[in-house]
Ligand binder design. Structure first.
Ligand SMILES: Cc1cc2nc3c(=O)[nH]c(=O)nc-3n(C[C@H](O)[C@H](O)[C@H](O)COP(=O)(O)OP(=O)(O)OC[C@H]3O[C@@H](n4cnc5c(N)ncnc54)[C@H](O)[C@@H]3O)c2cc1C
Length: 469
């Protein structure tokens, strides 16, 4: 089957990869001139990379890890010590660590929490542990049911002290969805906690060894094209054209440069676009259908990724750091963590600026100034002498869907009520939230659905032909 896929983010590329594996011919159509969507990156005038987002891979990403294996690029994942490291805003320059011993889960996680003595008191640890028991015993069905509560509401319901939120979960909520614990659905944090506590290496982190478009997306493109598929950049889907019965007749592709507009016809069609542009492009006759109407409940959350190049080393930490600052979320010194960005003499800090709603409309200069002011509070000594050489700010006004309470019921399946139209993307329903793992899994599920439906319609056709004979 020929399958047209709009969007060359991880979901669209994963869908195409698993379609070629099943013997089909996908054509991926990407609006921009860069692969990767939310993992896209660019080189500046000095040849230095800057990215849409600081990206971390977790041990609890089975589909992503399987994909690396299938592409034969597992050596590109740079695994770090099994730890979580947090700044201590009240104690500048000092870090608090949760170190996971190499023993089976959940013991390793329990020990990591118990052995950390500079954030939570024993009473707080015990109350938190007791509060988590229903999630550990009842598993995912409990976790899904908790989507009605924000994380702060859930903590109150479980009798867990407010300070646990301040110490740990403001940072965790911002890292997972770029919003605070008063806004985030408890399903999101409980899902992450469940994976981290139930899998021995679930919370172990890896950095890619270079920029995602070259080091992860390009191998996917090579795999797809070597097996008969195509990936076309600067081919924006402009309109979904319909047959009289409401099924898709073709994708109208906008002309760009010397290339004229054209219509691409295929046997099946996929949108692997983010939910916000998808909603804008939905054909009029589909809009009132309950399946598509549910998408009104999903909307991308703003986030900003900041890059700061210094004239010297400002940290020696080869890991992700949770800043626990009001303006910033996680960050890393990429000159230590990433092979392609490595520099023994100079630091490049990559920082996620969140929540970003109040800042997304501000100038890059104001954002860099605010980021530097936060950093001075976190480690004044190492920054005092350092000179900021240059900076780069990447704003994403609508990134992953904002996971406030009640969003789970708005997440659509990969199969739609339209026989030859499918959805892919991190927002579609799969058990890995809005993440790279979720995007890769959604693409795989879409490819499976297409292959299944294709086999079924071939079977129906064979039966009909047999009946005619
Ligand atoms: C700052 C930041 C940090 C993050 N950190 C992490 C992390 O540490 N770990 C993690 O797992 N996840 C992280 N994520 C989330 C992760 O990047 C996303 O969940 C994932 O990449 C989404 O993939 P996707 O394919 O679903 O969507 P996208 O990547 O958004 O891809 C959609 C594609 O569709 C294209 N498109 C849009 N309109 C059209 C059109 N009309 N025609 C053709 N193409 C179109 C877009 O250009 C884009 O390429 C982070 C995200 C951000 C923004």
């Amino acid at each position: 089957m020929r399958v047209a896929i709009a969007g060359a983010g991880l979901a669209g590329l994963s869908c195409a990869k698993y379609l070629v594996d099943a013997g089909h011919q996908p054509v991926v159509l990407e609006r921009r001139n860069v692969l990767g969507g939310k993992v896209a990156a660019w080189k500046d005038e000095d040849g230095d990379w800057y990215e849409t987002g600081l990206h971390i891979f977790f041990g609890a990403y089975p589909n992503m890890l399987q994909l690396f294996k299938e592409l034969d690029i597992e050596d590109r994942l740079q695994w770090k010590e099994h730890s979580m490291i947090m700044n201590q805003p009240d104690n500048p320059g000092v870090y608090s660590r949760f170190d996971f011993p190499d023993i089976p889960a959940p013991l390793n996680g329990v020990l990591a929490i118990l052995r950390n003595n500079n954030m939570l008191t024993w009473e707080e640890k015990i109350k938190f542990g007791i509060g988590l028991i229903p999630a550990m015993i009842q598993g995912q069905s409990y976790v899904e049911a908790m989507d009605q509560y924000s994380w702060t509401e859930w903590l109150q319901k479980q009798g867990i002290p407010e300070r646990v939120n301040d110490e740990i979960f403001i940072a965790m909520a911002k890292a997972l969805n770029f919003i605070g614990p008063d806004e985030i659905s408890s399903t999101v944090i409980l899902t992450a906690m469940n994976r981290f506590l139930q899998e021995r290496y679930g919370s172990k982190m890896a950095f890619l060894d270079g920029a995602p478009p070259e080091r992860l997306c390009q191998p996917m493109v090579d795999y797809i094209t070597e097996r008969g598929g195509e990936v076309l950049l600067e081919h924006p889907l402009q309109e979904i054209l319909l047959n009289d019965d409401g099924s898709v007749r073709g994708y109208a592709i906008q002309g760009l440069g010397d290339r004229a507009a054209y219509t691409l016809e295929a046997d099946a069609y996929v949108s692997a676009m983010p939910v916000d542009p998808l909603k804008l492009i939905l054909p009029e006759p589909w809009r009132e259908m309950p399946y598509f109407k549910q998408l009104d409940g999903l909307e991308g959350v703003p986030v900003i990724n900041v890059h700061l190049w210094f004239d010297r080393k400002v940290t020696d930490i080869d890991h992700l750091l949770f800043s626990r600052s009001p303006l910033l979320s996680v960050y890393a010194d990429m000159s230590n963590t990433c092979k392609e960005y490595a520099n023994p003499d100079r630091s490049m800090l990559e920082l996620v600026f969140a929540p970003a709603a109040d800042w997304i409309g501000r100038s890059d200069e104001a954002i860099v100034e605010a980021t530097m002011a936060e950093l001075y509070k976190l480690f004044p000594d190492s920054l005092r002498e350092a000179k900021l050489l240059k900076s780069k700010v990447v704003k994403t006004p609508r990134s992953v869907y904002k996971a406030t309470p009640g969003r789970q019921q708005h997440r659509p399946s990969q199969e739609t009520p339209i026989a030859n139209f499918y959805l892919s993307g991190d927002f579609t329903m799969q058990r890995y939230l809005a993440s790279m793992e979720g995007a890769v899994l959604s693409g795989k599920l879409t490819a499976q659905a297409i292959a299944r439906d294709g086999a079924k319609s071939r079977g129906d056709r064979d039966l009909a032909l047999a009946a005619q004979r």
